[in-house]
Write a protein that binds this ligand. Structure first.
Ligand code: RP5
Length: 162
């Protein structure tokens, strides 16, 4: 199976990425986590992105806060799908990172999830890999069924107090 790379702009982003790692583990998807900054380590960031396909990755997740150029900088160096997570790490509550990540120019797509949307980033990466992996697609289907059942159980148990 292809691997997923989870790249964060700073180790201070790590807590926001825990739901991403949990989802990847729950789906048994191999992944690597790295700290590369678009601004502080631009050469290492570019080298990782440029070599990602030949190094066995099938999707790249990039998480960053503030003036979050990481996902875009990675997308500029690869045609692998790039998923951006805007991290809420500033006085602007992540809106800065959201706009920096989502407003990519034509020709350079980044699939941007919600602010701190780490779990959805992992699920989207899984869905991308599942296009050519039937077993993984089956695990995703099972996860969806569990999710549906959990909501229906809550519906059945719902009581509204006066
Ligand atoms: C961004 O700046 C990082 O992704 C992080 O969200 C934020 C703060 O980084 P540190 O100053 O904590 O390293 O580049």
């Amino acid at each position: 199976m292809k691997k997923v790379a989870v790249i964060m702009g700073s180790d201070s982003d790590l807590p926001a990425l825990k739901p991403c790692f949990a989802q990847l583990k729950a789906l048994d998807i191999p992944f690597e986590a790295h700290v590369y900054s678009a601004h502080r380590t631009p050469d290492a960031c570019a080298a990782f992105a440029a070599g990602a396909r030949e190094n066995g990755f099938g999707a790249l997740i990039a998480a960053a806060g503030k003036a979050a150029h990481l996902a875009g900088a990675i997308a500029a160096r690869t045609t692998l799908p790039v998923i951006g997570i805007p991290v809420k790490s500033s006085t602007l509550d992540g809106l800065d990172a959201l706009l920096s990540t989502v407003q990519m120019p034509t020709g350079m797509p980044v699939a941007t999830v919600a602010i701190d949307g780490a779990a959805n980033a992992a699920l989207l990466a899984a869905q991308i890999l599942a296009v050519s992996d039937g077993e993984l697609a089956g695990r995703l289907d099972a996860m969806r069924r569990e999710q549906t059942d959990a909501v229906l159980r809550k519906d059945a148990a719902l009581t509204v107090e006066d």
